[in-house]
Design a protein around this ligand. Structure first.
Ligand code: AMP
Ligand code: MG
Length: 331
């Protein structure tokens, strides 16, 4: 089956095409374009306008890149939520138009679950992981337990990526700030004491953000602050992930989301995995980002396992929780 997926939850608009082969996912094309605000954070309406301006070309280019014709597409999937309303609506509208034009089925998918399934779908040894999903807006530790993908821990305030971006904005770094903070952190020498707040299995970053900004205004070296932010936030993320692994007795850990590019985070989670004699996986860079291929793959899994969606049911859900998904494809 050939599935085309449209991703548009936040600043990225992506179109990917996948084909299934012996239970695994083959990515035939995966194009992404990203809206970057001139200043400040993402303005939902402006991001949606950007998506609307690019979606038609992305769809045709993705079909061309995959060496296919439109008539080869069997299913049109899209990210139904969670995300920014105007962005979700733009992607969903494009998906409906395409499905109706091609006279093919449509499938709305959960964005967070797609990040997990694409790891399983593209990495052979990855079969039942605990996912540490670290993106701009989302920060969740997700695993399959008793018939559903459940959130074992999550941020109580901002996502880790947004925390890095907000700090970056305060100190004059252009969005997205994570990569620049990572570079600076490598030159950091002194650990500054930042709040480490884990509450139960959940994490909070806003106190740390305020404290880090305070250190900056007091004239501390930016490299030291970046280093301290990474060490503190990534340690907390690793701790919660490890506890979820212990609780669920799983021996695989998977990273997903834009912050998964960070080498220090990868190193910390990998050390934790080694100490537990567990396996550590990260999908390829492009599949960690918000992308259409992961949406196409999850749409395929749902369709193949009997889920159907009418156009009327394809409404978006800004607050689509990971544990609201009916997981029929995992037996
Ligand atoms: P996403 O929401 O999944 O598209 O991820 C975007 C977020 O990832 C932004 O907040 C970026 O600042 C962050 N990010 C990207 N690369 C890195 C990196 N190398 N280290 C830390 N954060 C990163
Ligand atoms: Mg994402």
């Amino acid at each position: 089956m050939i599935s085309l997926g449209i991703e548009g939850t936040a600043h990225s608009i992506g179109v990917g095409i996948i084909q299934d082969f012996k239970g695994k996912c083959h990515v035939l094309s995966n194009l992404i374009k990203t809206y970057t605000p001139e200043k400040g954070g993402i303005h939902p309406r402006e991001a949606a306008n950007y998506h609307a301006a690019h979606i038609a070309d992305l769809i045709s280019d993705s079909v061309k890149k995959a060496n296919l014709n439109f008539s080869d597409i069997d299913l049109v999937s899209f990210s139904q939520g969670p995300g920014l309303g105007p962005c979700l609506r733009t992607a969903a509208t494009a998906a409906r138009a395409l499905a109706l034009t091609l006279d093919k089925p449509i499938m709305g998918t959960n964005h967070c679950v797609a990040h997990l399934e694409i790891g399983k779908g593209t990495i052979d040894e990855c079969t039942d992981p605990v996912l540490l999903y670290v993106s701009g807006a989302n920060t969740q530790v997700i695993a399959f337990a008793e018939g559903k993908y459940r959130v074992f821990g999550e941020t109580l305030d901002v996502g880790i990526g947004n925390c890095l971006d907000k700090f970056g904005r305060t100190v004059g770094i252009k969005f997205p700030c994570g990569p620049k903070i990572e570079e600076m952190a490598k030159k950091g020498e002194r650990y500054l004491n930042l709040p480490y707040s884990i509450k139960g299995m959940d994490i909070a970053f806003s106190g740390l953000l305020t404290a880090a900004e305070h250190f900056f205004h007091k004239g501390n070296k930016l490299e030291d602050i970046c280093f301290s932010i990474q060490e503190t936030t990534f340690a907390a993320l690793t701790e919660v992930t490890e506890r979820a692994m212990a609780h669920t007795e799983k021996n695989e850990v998977l990273l997903g989301g834009g912050v998964a590019s960070n080498t220090r985070l990868r190193e910390m989670v990998n050390i934790m995995a080694q100490e537990r004699e567990a396996s550590f996986f990260v999908p390829s860079q492009r599949l960690c980002l918000d992308n259409g291929a992961m949406i196409a793959w999850l749409g395929f899994l749902m369709y193949e396992n009997g889920i159907r969606m009418s156009i009327e049911e394809s409404v978006i859900n800004q607050r689509f929780r990971t544990d609201m998904v009916d997981v029929t494809w995992r037996g």
